[in-house]
Design a protein around this ligand. Structure first.
Ligand code: SF4
Length: 353
C-alpha cells in the first residue's frame, strides 16, 4: 500500500470510524485501563454484547487500582454472561499485578504487557498501539479477513496466519499505528464483513486483489470443518422453603470458580428429570439433563454449598449454562414440581443470603 493509500485509509477512518463508548472521546488521550478492559472483554464476544458490561465495570471500578481492590466474587458476578471465565480470573490477576509490580500504571511496551496474566500477543499489541501509539502489529479476526482479501491469500487458515501477519506488519505505518490498527478493525467490522463486503464503498478497493478477482467472500480460505464433539452431563436442582442449593465450582477447569447448580446428586431424594439444556462451548457441545427434587430440610444436602433464595436467582451470577438450567428448574416449580422428597441428614451446607 502506498503512502498516499495509507493516508486515504486513515482519512476514511477519521470520518467513518465507529463511535464506541469503549473508545476515548475525540481529542482525549486513550486510557490504557479502558483499552485493556475492552480488548479483554471483546475476545470471542461481540461489541453489542460487551457494551453494557463495559459500562458497568467502568462505573463500578473506574481505574485499574479500583478493579484490583475488588473482591473476586463481585467481579465474577459482574462478568457472568460474558463467558470464558478464565478471562475474568486473569483480568483480576492482571489488575493486581499492575498495581503490585508497576505502580498502578500499564507498561507501554508489548513485551512488558505480554508478561502480564491474560495478555497474549494480540492484546499486548492492541494496548501498546491503541493506548500508547507504539508501532505494534495488531491482527484480530477482522484484520485477518481484510488482509487475506487484500492479498487474495489462498493458503487456508490457520496455516495462512504467518503470511497474514507478515503482510500486516508490512502495511503498519511507523506513525499513528494505533489509528491504523483501529481503522483495519473497523473496516473488517463495518465494510469488509464476512458474508457481503461492501466493496464499492471500501477505501482500499483499488488495492484489493480479492475485489479484482470478483469473489472476495472466498477469503480467508477456511479448512474443511470438523464436527464438534458432543458431551453429556447432569445438574441438580434441590430446593427447600423457597431456596435452591448452589455450589461453587472448583477454581480451575470449565466455568472454574463460578457459582452453579451441583453436577453430582447433592442429596438422597426422589429426583425427577426436568428436561435437558443444550450449550455450545468452544471445543464441544454439551447436553445437560436437569434433575429436580424438594428436600424436607436444609440439612438433607450432603454437599457443601449455599441455599440461595429462588426469587433472587438472577442475582446469583450463574454462568449462561447454569442460568439456562435454573430457568428449567423454575419451569419445573411453575408446573407444580414434585412432592417433598425424602433426603438423608448430612448438615454441611451453609445458609445463603
Ligand atoms: Fe474487503 Fe472489498 Fe475492501 Fe477488498 S475491496 S478490502 S474485499 S471490502
Amino acid at each position: 500500500m502506498s503512502v498516499g493509500a495509507r493516508q486515504a485509509f486513515l482519512r476514511w477512518y477519521a470520518v467513518d470510524k465507529r463511535r464506541l463508548p469503549v473508545r476515548a472521546d475525540e481529542g482525549d488521550a486513550p486510557d490504557p485501563y479502558r483499552v485493556w478492559l475492552s480488548e479483554i472483554m471483546l475476545q470471542q464476544t461481540t461489541v453489542a454484547t460487551v457494551m453494557p458490561y463495559f459500562a458497568r465495570f467502568t462505573e463500578r471500578w473506574p481505574t485499574v487500582a479500583a478493579l484490583a481492590a475488588a473482591p473476586d466474587e463481585e467481579v465474577m458476578r459482574e462478568w457472568a454472561g460474558l463467558g470464558y471465565y478464565a478471562r475474568a480470573r486473569n483480568l483480576l490477576a492482571c489488575a493486581r499485578a499492575i498495581v503490585a509490580d508497576h505502580g498502578g500504571r500499564f507498561p507501554d511496551e508489548p513485551t512488558a504487557l505480554l508478561a502480564l496474566p491474560g495478555i497474549g500477543p494480540y492484546t499486548a499489541a492492541a494496548v501498546a498501539a491503541i493506548a500508547f501509539g507504539r508501532r505494534a502489529v495488531v491482527v484480530d479476526g477482522n484484520v485477518e479477513r481484510v488482509i487475506a482479501r487484500l492479498h487474495a491469500i489462498v493458503t487456508p487458515l490457520p496455516a495462512a496466519r504467518a503470511e497474514i501477519r507478515a503482510r500486516a506488519d508490512a502495511l503498519t505505518p511507523n506513525e499513528r499505528a494505533g489509528d491504523f490498527a483501529q481503522a483495519m478493525m473497523d473496516l473488517g467490522a463495518t465494510v469488509c464483513t464476512p458474508r457481503s463486503p461492501s466493496c464499492p464503498r471500501c477505501p482500499l478497493s483499488s488495492w484489493c486483489a480479492a475485489f479484482a478477482e470478483g469473489a472476495p467472500e472466498r477469503y480467508p480460505v477456511r479448512p474443511p470443518k470438523k464436527a464438534r464433539p458432543r458431551r453429556e452431563g447432569e445438574a441438580y436442582w434441590l430446593e427447600h422453603d423457597g431456596h435452591v442449593l448452589l455450589v461453587r465450582r472448583p477454581p480451575t477447569g470449565l466455568l472454574g470458580g463460578m457459582r452453579a447448580l451441583p453436577t453430582e446428586p447433592p442429596a438422597e431424594a426422589n429426583w425427577r428429570a426436568a428436561g435437558a439444556v443444550e450449550h455450545v462451548f468452544t471445543h464441544f457441545a454439551l447436553t445437560t439433563t436437569l434433575r429436580c427434587a424438594r428436600a424436607r430440610s436444609r440439612s438433607a444436602a450432603r454437599s457443601t454449598g449455599e441455599w440461595w433464595p429462588i426469587a433472587r436467582i438472577d442475582e446469583a451470577g450463574l454462568p449462561t449454562l447454569f442460568a439456562k438450567l435454573a430457568a428449567r428448574g423454575l419451569a419445573w416449580r411453575a408446573a407444580g414440581g414434585d412432592a417433598a422428597s425424602p433426603a438423608g441428614p448430612l448438615p454441611n451446607a451453609r445458609p445463603g443470603p
